[in-house]
Ligand binder design. Structure first.
Ligand SMILES: Nc1nc2c(c(=O)[nH]1)N[C@H]1C(S)=C(S)[C@@H](COP(=O)(O)O)O[C@H]1N2
Ligand SMILES: [Mo]
Length: 314
């Protein structure tokens, strides 16, 4: 089912955001305008189907690729807790409450704690990060996230010297997430990163999209974004973060370890057992394009994997 949302049905940002959030979003806008001004000329992104909150900027990534429309980003979603039907997630999640949202951070840390997203964004001011998202299914988008580096939160809880990995867990509430009533998946969704990957500046916790709030279907209240890895690593609706000594289990690698590994770095040289990873379909565009090593972020992240066999550690 494809939810029918026309631009006129999208409430203007100034109406749907509370005054305080509006002021906060306006701060983000100022930042993104400054970035656009010193970057390449931003291409036109708002087509007739784009229903992005009107924050006044045509957005593109650092390579000049235009941001995917707000409509595509919010109506073509992988979120198995709701449904495996990408076009059905937006409708099924429309009553899912993304605020108040609390996460627990613990495990091998000196300062475990519970944090609300409202507190987190006060401590760690969100900024705009326009990232490519490459799904393991060989489609991709360019998404203007609003978020803050995970490193800030991890530093605040002080990992002990025994901490080597970070484990993330999504919300488990079958009465609100109907897909969790299906027994095929080992809920809750869980993911993991090596601590150095988690501390990398590109790794963010997202709290917003296109200068506005983070819609439920995109992982609100709080969602991880790791742009150099396949999309399934970017776990939605996080309620728990735990520092561990051992590599944590992940939902996809526990279901199909030969298809979805722990690292899941975007890699055009390593095909999925059932399809090629050499090219991708950019949602909203007609022709396929080449997939790049580490999703185009090799310069920033390749050194994390020096000496590792990335065909074995897929
Ligand atoms: N909790 C949870 N997180 C998830 C998923 C999911 O099903 N459940 N799907 C993943 C996959 S496969 C992808 S490609 C991205 C999609 O994010 P988007 O819908 O915001 O584009 O979310 C990832 N995070
Ligand atoms: Mo995905």
């Amino acid at each position: 089912m494809i939810p029918k949302i026309s631009s006129s049905e999208i409430t203007p940002k100034s109406v749907y955001l509370s005054r305080r959030d509006f002021i906060k979003a306006a701060g983000v806008l100022a930042g993104s305008l400054a970035l656009t001004a010193c970057g390449v000329a931003a291409p036109e992104t708002a087509g007739p189907t784009s229903a992005a909150p009107a924050d006044g900027t045509a957005k593109s990534d650092e390579k000049g690729s235009p941001a995917t429309s707000y409509r595509d980003i919010t109506t073509y979603n992988n979120y198995y807790e709701f449904t495996t039907d990408k076009a059905g997630v937006a409708d099924l999640s429309k009553n899912f409450a993304t605020r108040p949202w609390e996460i627990e951070v613990g495990g091998l840390v000196n300062n475990p704690g519970k944090f609300s997203v409202d507190d987190l964004v006060k401590k760690f001011p969100p900024e705009e990060r326009i990232y490519r998202l490459r799904c393991v299914e060989a489609w991709s988008m360019v998404i203007p996230w609003v978020g803050f580096p995970l490193a800030g939160l991890l530093s605040a809880v002080e990992p002990t010297s025994a901490a080597k990995y970070v484990r993330f867990e999504s919300i488990f509430k079958p009465e609100e997430l109907p897909g969790q009533k299906e027994p095929w998946y080992p809920w809750p969704y869980q993911e993991g990163l090596r601590l150095d990957e988690a501390m990398h500046d590109l790794t963010i916790l997202a709290t917003g999209l296109y200068g506005g709030e983070l819609p439920a279907q995109n992982g609100g209240g709080l969602r991880l974004v790791v742009p150099w890895k396949y999309g399934f690593k970017s776990i939605k609706a996080i309620v728990k973060i735990e520092l561990t000594a051992e590599q944590p289990a992940t939902l996809w690698s526990s279901i199909a370890p030969n298809e979805y590994g722990f690292y899941a770095n975007v890699n055009p040289q390593v095909d999925h057992p059932r399809w090629s990873q050499k090219t991708e379909r950019r949602i909203g565009e007609l022709s396929r394009q080449a997939t790049h090593m580490f999703n185009g972020y090799a310069e920033q992240v390749a050194s994390l994997y020096d000496g590792m066999d990335l065909a074995k550690n897929y």
